[in-house]
Design a protein around this ligand. Structure first.
Ligand code: CUA
Length: 310
């Protein structure tokens, strides 16, 4: 059988959760088969036949009642103990460890900070493969839920509260996740990609994120820079080393290093970027990004500038 990859655990936490899920699934299927089987068997075996009189009526049966109280109690206790064991395996107390990543959920995207270095990114979270990282998560607006099934437990992002969880990946690769708590119109388009890389590659990525973008290299990109700074773009977005220091939308300092736009709605390429910047409400209705109606020249300049933000 070909199991879809999001269901194949790729970290120790995900394996522990998967094992618990399988045990509970087997117990549940067994209960279903016994109950459904008895119902079908009895409905058939004791069905009314022509000429049958009313059968003997029984009231109360101590042995049966004790059995159907004790057996479920044992089953529930076993599942409870297995769940507690898994909780301890998956979610050990971080004690005084500082978080490696700070995640803030927004309607409808993810913001990620790396407190040790100050690196910032959005919607594409990089981690070193083979290392267990602690992340801390909160929300800027409503309740969201961070879920990358292959790598970590589900965890709620709650405004005004910090939750912590562990994340890791056995092997390098891209692991897809999504918001798992209904949070408004674009809940379905709140995707997240976790990019697990060999340690050295991860360090390079992190160093790259810290670098300030180079000044625009062409006349056109330079005009685009002014469009960005003089239009409302800069009120909401940040580009390090420029006057744009907005914190409402994703940090765009290294926009070009990401694979998707708008938390997974579009592949990140110049054509899609132009389409997204012009009519975001068509691609992600209800998002905070307004339609700007740039004139064609402004749009070309702006894209030339944004393209250079690698
Ligand atoms: Cu955020 Cu659903």
């Amino acid at each position: 059988m070909n199991i879809p990859s999001p269901l194949i655990p790729a970290s120790s936490q995900a394996r522990d959760l998967d094992q618990l899920f399988q045990v509970v699934l087997i117990i549940s299927v067994a209960i279903f088969l016994v109950v459904a089987g008895l119902v079908i068997y009895n409905a058939f075996r004791y069905r009314q036949r022509p000429g049958d009189a009313l059968p003997k009526q029984d009231h109360g049966n101590h042995r049966l009642e004790i059995a159907w109280t004790i057996v479920p109690l044992i089953i529930v206790t076993v599942m409870f103990l297995l769940s507690v064991r898994t909780m301890h395996l998956v979610d050990p107390l971080p004690l005084d460890r500082k978080p490696d990543i700070d995640i803030v959920a927004h309607q409808w995207w993810w913001e990620a900070h790396y407190p040790a270095t100050g690196a910032v990114t959005a919607n594409e979270i990089h981690i070193p493969a083979g290392k267990k990282l602690l992340f801390r998560i909160t929300s800027a607006d409503v309740v969201h839920d961070f879920w990358v099934p292959q790598l970590a437990q589900k965890i709620d992002a709650v405004p005004g509260q910090m939750n912590v969880a562990w994340i890791s990946a056995d092997r390098p690769g891209v692991y897809l996740g999504a918001c798992a708590e209904y949070c408004g119109a674009e809940h379905a388009w709140m995707r997240v990609r976790v990019v697990a890389q060999p340690q050295a590659e991860f360090e390079r990525w992190q160093q790259h994120q810290l670098r300030l973008p180079a000044a625009p290299t062409s006349e056109q990109a330079s005009r685009g820079f002014h469009v960005f700074m003089n239009r409302p773009c800069s009120n909401c977005h940040r580009i390090a080393g420029t006057p744009a220091q907005g914190r409402i939308g994703p940090d765009l300092t290294h926009l070009g290093s990401r694979k998707t736009l708008a938390a997974g709605v579009l592949a990140n390429n110049p054509g899609n970027l132009a389409a997204w910047v012009t009519v975001p409400q068509q691609y992600k209705p209800g998002s905070n990004m307004p339609n700007f109606q740039f004139d064609p020249q402004q749009l070309k300049d702006l894209i030339a500038y944004l393209k250079e933000l690698k």
